[in-house]
Every structure is written in C-alpha cells, then in structure tokens.
Design a binder for this molecule. Structure first.
Ligand code: NAD
Ligand code: MG
Length: 389
C-alpha cells in the first residue's frame, strides 16, 4: 500500500529533499497534504502542480489568500496559524513529515502524535521544546516518532545491533562548522555570509547558523535524549569535519557501531519514510575514496560552549530546554538581521537560561507560553547589547 503523506515545510531544504525521495519512488507514496509558511509562493505552487495534493496549508494568512486563485480546482486550502495542524491530522494521512523550522512546528507535531500518526521528524526544535510532553503523548496514542536528522537516523540504525541495556554511550558526530579552526578572539568579526557558508551541508539559514555556533549539536543532544531514552551523560559529541560517519553507538563490550553514507539528506529521509522496510535506490553512493581521510577530534567546550549549555538546560529540566531553544531562535534571527554579533548568540542563550526558572510543561499551551516568555527575555537581552558596527 502507498504511504499517504503530509509534508509540512514543503518549500524548505528538507522539504525539497523529501520531494526528491518521493519522485524517486513514485509508486510508493501519495502526497495528500502539504504545508508551508507561504514565503515562497512560486515554489509552493510548483509543488502543488506537480504532486496534486488534496490539501494545502499556508501558515501566513495573507500569502495563503494570494495563492487561492492559482490552486488547481478541487484543492482544499487552509490558511493561518492552525492550518498546518489541519494538514497533520488530515484523515487520509498516515505519515507526517515534520520539516518546519523552529518551535513553529510544535503544534502540528503535537497534533499528529495525538492523532496516532507516524511522524518523521526533521523539526528537532519541537522535541527540544516539549520532549517529555511529546514522547508521553506518542506512547499513549501509539504514534511512532522517527528521526530524519542524519545523526539520529545513524543512531537508529546502529542501535539495531544490540539491546538498550548493552549500550555504553551514544556518540553524535559534528562537522564543527565553518569556524572549527578560527581563532575565537576573532568571533566578534564574523560576518553573516561567513556563518552561512557550511563546509559539508547545504541547509536552511537557521540550522546553518546553528551549525556554526554548535547550538545544533546541543539541540541534537536533547533530541537524542528524548528519541532514544538515554541520559545526557551517556551521550557524547565527537567532531568529524567530513560528515561521512553520521554517528556511533559504543557498546558495553567495547565495540563501536557506526553508520556512514554520502552526505545528502535523501538517505536519512528515505530511511525514515521506508522504515521498517529498507528500499533500494539509485542516489549517488558514498565514494570509498572519501574514507581515506576521516578525522575525529574532541569538541572544544571553551571555544564552542553550546553543547555544555544544552546539557545544563537538559539537567535543569522542565521548560529549560524550551528557553534554550527560544533564546537561540530569537538570537539567530537577530544575527541574520545584522542586529547582534556572532558571540552574542551564545551570550543571549546563557543570559536567558541563567534567569529562567523551569516550570513543568504539562500541555501544548504551557509549552507555547514558556516559548513566548523566553522569546521576550531574549529580545530584552538583545535590546541591551551594543549594535554591531
Ligand atoms: P528551511 O528554512 O529551508 O525550511 C523551513 C520550512 O518551514 C519552509 O518550508 C517554510 O515555509 C516552513 N516554515 C517556516 N516557518 C514556518 C511557520 N511559522 N509556519 C509554517 N511553516 C513554516 O529549513 P530546513 O533547513 O529545511 O530545516 C527544517 C527543519 O529540519 C529544522 O528543524 C532543521 O533543524 C531540521 N534539519 C534540517 C536539515 C537540513 O539539511 N536542512 C538537516 C537536519 C535537520
Ligand atoms: Mg543533524
């Protein structure tokens, strides 16, 4: 039977890679619903014309209304804040691909899990904001949560080599980003364009900045904790600039099991969409010549404190990871906007986290409240910082 999909974040980097996987396997998928912000209307329309989904959700109401007249007859359109939730719980959908960026993706992921849908999750921020809430919800509804993030797909595969109690440690690999070898004394001079130039992956702007600050690895540590149920001190990080080994599991007998593939998101996406099956494909393979020089080095916590800050947030518990995430989102937007310097991103996160009093997140509303609260705190901190010259 065909897998019936809702693709949320269809116009983004992950959205485009997901559509590539769908094109590669036309007999295996039906794209029932799609969702996006609406900031790239032409791209969105092209996807609608190619895949003919029954349901289109556009979060920006004005952008959605502008699109209405151009949609093929019979396409149902929902616009505004709740539109992506409707796509996520569409009755004809059994698999939701969550590829929205940021906490904006939380409500649709929450709704999909509550409805017992299978969710393939690229939107790691949703799990960082409300991991306890979402995993409890999935357990109660019988929903399956599968990662799309390459490191977590690697761990998902490596974990199949044994039982959870036999695991010593999960080891997330990190490219180290464009500033791995840059003198931290010059971090204040980093320009937007430099930070947007990732050495190994082409991705959306937000996650590209997160990779430069290593906040992405902090988010991924929290994501791994919730996906696989291991404590933070059983999850390590190893810098691996080539991004060929996507992560390791270290077993208690001293064996390490790794997963490798070419660095193209079509591989982890297909794994998540095919699971529990594994399908043949013709995507360009890993070139064995690339294995000749694989480097691994420890993470320099003093130079890149983001992972230790994420550990601190996870240890504080409750809403602290939501505050970590919200502060980062606001700070990254400010950096991309030229309002703060590169080191101010981490400064903002630290300031918000230090002032944050964690509260339990028992509902979606509580999670969204804490997210909003931390965004206000981050904006206030940023307003107090000197503007870059
Ligand atoms: P992107 O910026 O390229 O795309 C984001 C998508 O989300 C777009 O389709 C946009 O329309 C939609 N969107 C943005 N704000 C929205 C809102 N408020 N409401 C509804 N839709 C909204 O981002 P991306 O690089 O594709 O990343 C998406 C997610 O996947 C992020 O959580 C990121 O961390 C994760 N991820 C990305 C990659 C990658 O290779 N790009 C790898 C691993 C994980
Ligand atoms: Mg990743």
């Amino acid at each position: 039977m065909k897998r019936r999909l809702a693709l949320l974040g269809a116009t983004g980097s992950i959205g485009r890679s997901c559509l590539e996987v769908l094109r590669h396997h036309p007999d295996r998928f039906e794209l029932v619903a799609l969702g996006a912000l609406g900031s790239r209307p032409d791209e969105l329309l092209a996807v609608v014309r190619e895949f003919r989904p029954r349901f289109v959700a556009v979060a920006d109401p004005a952008a959605g209304e502008r699109l209405r007249a151009d949609l093929p007859a019979g396409t149902e359109l929902a616009t505004g804040g709740g539109a992506l939730v409707l796509a996520a719980v569409h009755p004809d959908v059994d698999l939701v691909v969550a590829a929205v960026v940021g906490a904006a993706g939380l409500a649709p992921v929450h709704a999909a899990l509550a409805a017992g849908r299978r969710v393939a999750l690229a939107n790691k921020e949703a799990l960082v904001v409300a991991g306890g809430l979402l995993t409890t919800l999935a357990a109660a509804s019988g929903a399956t949560l599968l990662p799309i993030d390459s490191e977590h797909v690697a761990l998902h595969q490596a974990l199949r080599a044994g039982r959870p109690e036999e695991v010593a440690r999960l080891v997330l690999t990190a490219s180290g980003g464009p500033f791995l070898h840059r003198d931290p004394a010059t971090f204040g001079d980093i320009r937007r364009e430099e930070a947007l130039r990732h050495p190994t992956w082409t991705m959306g702007a937000k996650i590209t900045i997160d990779s430069a600050t290593l906040v992405n690895k902090g988010l991924e540590l929290i994501e791994a904790h919730w996906l696989f149920g291991f404590a933070a001190d059983s999850i390590g990080v190893l810098v691996h600039p080539q991004s060929i080994v996507h992560s390791f599991v270290e077993w208690r007998d001293g064996s390490w099991v790794a997963q490798l593939s070419a660095n193209d998101m079509v591989f982890p996406i297909q794994y998540a969409l095919a699971w529990p099956e594994r399908w043949a494909n013709e995507f360009p393979r890993l070139d064995p010549a690339a294995l000749a020089r694989l480097e691994f080095l420890p993470l320099d916590d003093a130079k890149f404190p983001a992972v230790s800050l994420a550990r601190q947030a996870l240890a504080a518990g409750d809403s602290a990871p939501a505050a970590f995430n919200a502060a980062n989102e606001v700070a990254v937007a400010a950096f991309l906007d030229g309002r703060i310097r590169f080191p101010d991103i981490l400064d903002t996160i630290r300031a918000v986290l230090d002032a944050h009093a964690p509260v339990p997140l028992g509902s979606l509303e509580a999670a969204l409240d804490q997210d909003a609260e931390a965004r206000r705190a981050a904006a206030a901190r940023i307003a107090s910082l000197p503007r870059p010259r």
